[in-house]
Design a protein around this ligand. Structure first.
Ligand code: IPE
Ligand code: IPE
Ligand code: MG
Length: 244
């Protein structure tokens, strides 16, 4: 099938926001009896390809889970390599981001990241801020619970400072205190590697998302798999609590 021409079939029911948990890099390497970092390297290549495919399929917003709050528990050398790959992707991928009119944004707690990653994040954000194609959001040092706690803290501060009364807090205001208030709700979550869990990803934003789990490890995930997920999504009946 010629995947370059599929966007027209999918237009009607294309998810606006796709969020991907790129899992299974370590197991991919282990199965091949090669070092774990090769799995990450290959995973980063897949990330680049899938970003472009999503943009070409006409997805408006793509969020990729690159590093969770909980991932700090991993061995230091592994964390360092992941940070190195992120920095490289941001530095080397900037041209591709610009060439494809992609707007880059970021969610997560920035403080703990190495300065080199912070600098690349800031640069990519700045140069791409007026792009009007797909929005690419990287979740780095991100945790859904932490995001909710951070929002609750900001709201508590405003209430204590009498900026608005307690009665003014509703879902809309709460949503506006999250890391990226303009982030639309997630329509489709994809997780690779066969695990069927959320692992603290976008807890607020996935409340009515469709979930699509796939057994392949992230380094083996291709645009054909992405297409399969989009096709499956287009057949789902979303009810949002209502009757059809
Ligand atoms: C996911 O791959 C990527 C990150 C957590 C950064 P893993 O490293 O979790 O790979 P597996 O799950 O051990 O195979
Ligand atoms: C989720 O994968 C985080 C990322 C893909 C960045 P993990 O491998 O960390 O999740 P668990 O530990 O299997 O739930
Ligand atoms: Mg994993």
């Amino acid at each position: 099938m010629d995947l370059d021409s599929v966007t027209t079939d999918l237009k009607v029911t294309l998810p606006q926001h796709v969020a991907i948990i790129m899992d299974g890099n370590g197991r991919w390497a282990k199965e091949k009896h090669i070092p774990r970092f090769e799995g990450y390297r290959e995973g980063a290549r897949r990330g680049k390809e899938i970003i472009l495919s999503a943009s070409r399929f006409g997805i408006k917003w793509l969020t990729l889970y690159a590093f969770s709050n909980e991932n700090w528990q991993r061995p230091k050398y592994q964390i360092n390599f992941l940070m190195f790959l992120l920095k490289n992707y941001l530095r080397e991928g900037r041209k591709e981001i610009m060439d494809n009119n992609i707007r880059f944004v970021f969610i997560g707690r920035k403080e703990m990241l190495p300065d080199s990653v912070k600098n690349e994040l800031a640069k990519t954000l700045e140069v791409s801020k007026n792009n009007e194609g797909m929005t690419l959001c990287l979740a780095i040092n991100y945790g859904g619970r932490q995001e909710i706690v951070d929002a609750a803290r900001s709201i508590a501060k405003d209430v204590v400072g009498k900026k608005y009364p307690l009665s003014a807090i509703d879902e809309k205001r709460f949503g506006s205190m999250l890391y990226l208030p303009e982030m639309p709700d997630v329509d489709l979550v994809i997780r690779t590697s066969g695990e069927q869990r959320i692992s603290n990803f976008l807890l607020w934003q996935i409340s009515y998302a469709e979930l699509w789990f796939c057994p392949v490890y992230w380094p083996d995930f291709t645009r054909e798999h992405l297409y399969e997920a989009l096709l499956d999504f287009s057949k789902r009946k979303r009810r949002f609590g209502n009757t059809l």
